[in-house]
Design a protein around this ligand. Structure first.
Ligand code: ADA
Length: 622
């Protein structure tokens, strides 16, 4: 026993010495975060389509299109000439939907065109609404040999309505391509994997002639717990007649307003206000959600969403959330997993959220609109979201290309329409690290102004690389730039304090030039670390080097008064572009995750967890 105790003593001493040498580490302090149950007293927390955390309708008959679809890879693009949409050549293999072919052993690296087929059974004749949550990247859809249309952009949903479809089986064919180029958004060779396929939930709904198309809710906070929810309900009338109907608004399960509306053919918008006298706010500490619904007639159609009452605004260089100073403490997240690719199942999304919450973080940035389930979990667990379109490292010639600009605008509009109601949404970003921006300010301002006019109720920003003062900071709502205190690329072997000094000076110059602008480090501390590789000398690729880099850089953003926080690059190790497998990325993976690809923590996870915890405790004592 005595021997055991002295061995334990030596071990503790040894580990302590190592940890103080590498500073940010220390013993793991894992306080698991348990996400609260999705159900609330006013909804049952179950979406049979597995697309949201709550039921979106109580009236529409929904048909899940998850499951195995017939699949054919078409590298030589024969399918168009041979009209696969009219005569299906036979099954090559089965592919799981929602899923990506790049997580199957057979099509692990496949970038090209592919075809999917399955049938949908109409239990009765009627109108069918087909909803696709996300197909990467380009697709065309046919039903019973008739083309319904196409969609470009891999991260936003789209739908088709087919009127008067007969009872019985109908064939759906989808052509998908994950080929990227200099005219796509994202462009080819972007630093994450272009996982191809029907990778987000797909379902069909039988709908009436007049349906709720969208509920848009803008909370306006007043004094003495009073709040107004400015609500706009879009109704789609697909019949040829003008129809007058009752429109009801439902808050937390209770009908609180009924108006009579007249709807002509097509989409009409109806503005209504809800006044709440005893409002409960949404915040990272207390993420209270309201269920908001709209119903037409006597349960002829309905739709439900969740909203939260909160306000973001800037006050000089400070950010305010519900009028209290807010510092972003977060991570950059990709939808990525070795076994699922971008098609992360609900349980894995939930796990990521729990790991991020256990980090004591309060926010997440994504390079593209994440899945709806991810955002629902953020709303529910109190994580603030920095949402972006995947316009990554564009060159001046791409920015000047009207085709690319139009695609950016389309994707921006689709992101805002999809995600507007989430209380977790803090800002929209029109892109990341565009190159040589000084050559493209006209194009930059064109896209930025489009974005700001499309939605003037959230911050709109553009992420720059390297924290250099940039003219775009003048017209962007926030300064969001990517920075690390110690360089990692280049010939660096160990953290270098002279580099750190010059990098801090860069940030100070930005602040002195734009003293009234909040500055957020949208990516901070990015350093690759091979999980499990340790080194006494804090050498590049070691967990020690990464831990120092991430914690020190984040510490600067937290403890510098004029900084509004930082988001670590990145949450987990992710697969990079197929072209990078032999070059810039270790085994083809970007290993800058603070957890590895299977979510095992690296040292930097624990270093950050401690840092965020100490910062929170210090703030709560003030
Ligand atoms: C940039 C970029 C990221 C990633 C990162 C890296 O900051 O925005 O997407 O590529 O570099 O890992 O080098």
């Amino acid at each position: 026993m005595k021997n055991f105790l002295s061995l334990l003593g030596i071990l503790i001493l040894f580990t302590d010495t190592v940890c103080s040498q590498i500073q940010p580490g220390g013993f793991p302090d894992f306080t698991p975060f348990q996400l609260s149950d999705a159900s609330m007293d006013f909804d049952d927390g179950i979406d049979p389509m597995q697309s949201r955390l709550f039921r979106t309708t109580s009236t529409r008959e929904q048909i899940s299109l998850s499951g195995f679809w017939e699949f054919i890879a078409d590298p030589n693009e024969k399918g168009d000439d041979e009209k696969y949409f009219e005569s299906w050549p036979g099954v090559e293999t089965l592919m799981w939907v929602p899923g990506t072919w790049n997580s199957t052993s057979r099509h692990w690296q496949y970038v090209g065109q592919a075809w999917y087929r399955r049938t949908v059974e109409m239990p009765k004749s009627g109108n069918l609404r087909l909803h696709f949550g996300g197909i990467f990247y380009y697709c065309e859809i046919w039903v019973d040999g008739k083309k319904l249309g196409s969609h470009e952009g891999g991260y936003t949903p789209f739908e088709f309505i087919i009127q008067n479809l007969e009872k019985g089986d109908h064939q759906i064919i989808v052509k998908v391509s994950n080929k990227l180029s200099s005219e796509t958004v994202p462009k080819a060779d972007t630093d994450w994997f272009p996982y191809g396929g029907i990778y987000r939930p797909v379902y069909a709904e039988i709908i009436s002639d007049v349906i709720i198309q969208r509920i848009k809710a803008l909370p306006v906070l007043g004094k003495d717990k009073k709040a107004i929810i400015k609500t706009q309900v879009s109704i789609n009338n697909i019949s040829t007649q003008t129809i007058t109907k009752d429109l009801k608004l439902i808050l937390n399960g209770r009908i609180i307003k009924t108006v009579s509306v007249q709807c002509q053919y097509g989409v009409s918008k109806h503005d209504l206000e809800i006044v709440i006298n005893d409002s409960k706010l949404w915040s990272p500490e207390s993420p209270y959600l309201y269920s908001l619904g709209a119903e037409i007639g006597n349960k002829e159609d309905d739709q439900f969403t969740r909203i939260g009452l909160r306000s973001f605004r800037k006050d000089g260089y400070r950010l305010l959330l519900n009028e209290e100073p807010f510092k972003f403490m977060g991570v950059n997240h990709h939808d990525d997993h070795p076994d699922w690719g971008s098609a992360m199942p609900p349980e894995l999304i939930k796990k990521d959220i729990e790991i991020i919450k256990a980090l004591n973080a309060n926010g997440v940035r994504c390079h593209y609109p994440p899945s709806k389930l991810f955002l629902d979990f953020c709303d529910q667990s109190g994580l603030v979201i920095f949402n972006e379109i995947p316009a990554w490292q564009l060159t001046p010639s791409m920015m000047a290309n009207p085709v690319v600009k139009q695609k950016m605008k389309d994707q921006f509009a689709e992101m805002v329409v999809r995600d507007y109601n989430h209380p977790s949404i803090f800002c929209w970003s029109i892109g990341n690290e565009w190159r040589e921006m000084e050559k493209s300010y006209d194009d930059v301002t064109e896209v930025l102004e489009f974005a700001q006019s499309f939605d003037s109720t959230h911050f709109v920003t553009l992420v720059t690389g390297g924290a250099h003062p940039d003219k775009s900071f003048e017209f962007s709502d926030l300064i969001t730039t990517n920075w690390d205190e110690y360089s990692w690329y280049g010939d660096i072997t160990t953290p270098d304090s002279t580099i750190a000094k010059s990098r801090i000076e860069r940030l100070e110059t930005i602040h002195l030039t734009f003293p009234d602008h909040p500055i957020i480090l949208s990516e901070v501390g990015g350093a690759g670390a091979q999980a499990g590789w340790h080194n006494w000398g804090n050498v590049k690729w070691s967990e020690e080097f990464q831990a120092i880099n991430t914690t020190e850089s984040v510490k600067f953003s937290l403890y510098t008064e004029w900084m509004s926080g930082g988001l670590v690059w990145q949450f987990c190790d992710t697969r990079s572009a197929p072209t990078r497998i032999l070059t810039a990325r270790l085994r083809g993976w970007n290993v800058k995750g603070i957890v590895d690809n299977y979510r095992h923590p690296k040292m930097s996870y624990y270093g950050l967890q401690k840092l965020f915890k100490n910062y929170r405790e210090q703030k709560s004592r003030q």
